[in-house]
Unconditional design. Structure first.
Ligand code: NOJ
Length: 543
């Protein structure tokens, strides 16, 4: 199954590469960068790209508000260019995963325009409409992007429900016609040859039939939304039957089409709920995103606990996955920033991601250590940033244009980009990184090539080891009779890791790779006391 062995690279299309000089990234731009991603001897070496939404959209939430599910927004190109992208990606062994945003549409989608036109319209029930109760919304549900989740429609004198902005009305998934129309649209893309989908807020599709109030004061957070316990507006049992039939639809196609769902949970880090979306028998999503690493402090024991609890929660047949950054989060380079220790930390993070059991999801730019940068108030684009400024200035900071070279606008575009360029793009870009043997980019390339040629890393089991010093994250990867030992020193100091004699067979151990350039690949590693330099990551092979 390709998606188990693959490394997925998320592209935020507006910010990857702009081919027509309008300051916004596009599909032709991505096509021109495919060689960077795979298919050439010096490519990065990723196996799949996940594209954040590229469908026609008023862009209130930058594509997460779709007004036509079966076309491409002109800002990104057209269907012909998309088909070319598919073909060119496949030529280079890159699979293409699309973003499926089917909890809600844009308020400009023809379905919603019809639905809101009158109470009697045949699409009225395609969305969630409710009468006011004593002049107020029917319950206490909040929108994740601020305020009450119910918007009053003056013309038809009812409220409609929107879990995000008011321009993103939620579809009524209890209506079988909605399911039929959406499944037809999914088949349209599958017929075209897309390899899989990332399902936006998959746990939001079904809401409580009785519209019961969510309990309050459950959790702390920035938004009023955060304090509610979302037991009635999310994670309702019926969503699982939708996903079971969605899985059947995917399975009816050849070529192993895959799905990965976004399941956000509070408190963060607990994988229990997310893993329920794999189904009872791996018969729902192929994977639900595991966001536990987003909340781990720079501490090997925190990461170890996150890995252990995911492994424990997965049922036989379920497949793990890991993520450190995405378009909604502060990039991990920022979360783990520590002066000159930052890049060494990024190498450890990369080795962790690329040596674990499970599918890694990388986020564009992380391979060159692209940094977040706050966007000035008058240049904020993200609706969340506009809503919560100055407490929170939004997600733009992790969506900045990719830095390709040191030319004006970093080779991303020939005109001013839609978001400001990273201030240090002259020093930190793909061209500079590619030329430096010890760059972060070259660490990623090396790790990706090791992973690609290692059945142990792609398919093997994982056994986490103890490190009494609390400084090293250590694990074995084991496949058939072969094993690798991974050691990650999280500290800026030399440490010694003592391998318990019961955990290792008496065999020759050689170094497959170290982040420390002083070491020689192939050098013999003497057990059981292994010395690591500061922030050294090692992959040791047992022969
Ligand atoms: C989750 C997406 O990742 C985010 O970017 C978007 O704003 C919301 N869902 C709404 O679709």
């Amino acid at each position: 199954m390709w998606w188990k062995e693959a490394v997925v690279y998320q592209i935020y299309p507006r910010s990857f590469a702009d081919s027509n000089g309008d300051g916004i990234g596009d599909l032709q731009g991505i096509i021109e960068k495919l060689d960077y991603l795979n298919g050439n001897p010096d490519s990065l070496g990723v196996d799949a790209i996940w594209l954040s939404p590229i469908y026609p959209s008023p862009m209130v939430d930058f594509g997460y508000d779709i007004s036509d599910y079966e076309d491409i927004d002109p800002v990104f190109g057209d269907l012909k260019t998309f088909k070319k992208l598919l073909k060119e990606a496949h030529k280079r062994n890159i699979k293409v995963i699309m973003d499926l945003v089917i909890n809600h549409t844009s308020d400009q989608h023809p379905w919603f325009i019809e639905s809101r036109s009158s109470k009697k319209n045949k699409k009225r029930d395609w969305y969630i409409w409710e009468d006011a109760i004593d002049g107020k919304p029917p319950n206490n549900w909040m929108g994740a992007f601020g305020g009450n989740a119910w918007e009053w429609d003056e013309k038809t004198k009812q409220y409609y429900y929107h879990g995000f902005t008011k321009e993103q009305p939620d579809l009524n998934w209890r209506n079988p016609e909605v399911k039929k129309a959406i499944f037809k649209m999914i088949s349209y893309w599958l017929d075209m040859g897309v390899d899989g989908f990332r399902l936006d807020v998959v746990n939001y599709y079904i809401k409580d039939k009785k519209l019961r109030d969510n309990p309050k004061d459950y959790f702390k957070g920035l938004r009023p939304y955060d304090i509610q316990h979302h037991i009635y507006d999310r994670d309702r049992p019926k969503v699982h039957s939708i996903l079971k039939s969605f899985r059947k639809l995917l399975n009816s196609y050849d070529g192993d089409r895959m799905s990965v769902g976004e399941v956000f949970i509070e408190p963060p880090g607990n994988p229990k709920l997310a893993t329920s979306y794999y189904g009872d028998n791996s018969d729902e999503l192929h994977m639900a995103f595991n966001f536990a690493f987003l909340y781990c402090k720079w501490d090997p024991n925190k990461f170890k606990a996150a890995i252990a609890s995911l492994e424990q929660e997965l049922k036989p047949g379920d497949w793990p996955n890991y993520t450190l950054s995405n378009h909604d989060q502060i990039r991990h380079i920022k979360r783990y920033e520590k002066g000159i220790e930052t890049i060494p930390r990024m190498r450890i993070a990369a080795m962790l991601m690329l040596t674990l059991r499970g599918t890694p999801f990388l986020y564009y730019g992380e391979e060159i250590g692209m940094e977040d940068q706050s966007v000035p108030k008058d240049e904020i684009q993200d609706p969340l940033g506009k809503m919560y400024w100055p407490i929170f200035n939004g997600r733009d900071k992790s969506r900045l244009p990719m830095c390709w070279n040191a030319s004006e606008y970093a080779g991303f575009s020939t005109s001013k980009p839609w978001l400001p360029m990273n201030k240090n793009y002259k020093k930190n870009n793909v061209e500079v990184e590619a030329a430096k043997p010890d760059s972060l980019l070259n660490t990623y390339k090396k790790l990706l090539s090791i992973r690609r040629s290692s059945e142990i890393l792609q398919k093997g089991d994982i056994r986490l080891l103890d490190d009494p010093s609390g400084k090293v994250l250590a694990y074995f990867r084991i496949y058939k009779k072969n094993r690798l030992l991974i050691l990650l020193n999280f500290k800026n100091e030399k440490v010694q890791f003592d391998l318990d004699k019961h955990t290792h067979p008496k065999t020759k151990t050689i170094l497959l790779y170290s982040t420390d350039m002083q070491r020689l690949e192939g050098e013999t590693i003497k057990l059981p006391h292994i010395r690591l330099s500061s922030y050294e990551g090692m992959i040791i092979k047992f022969e």
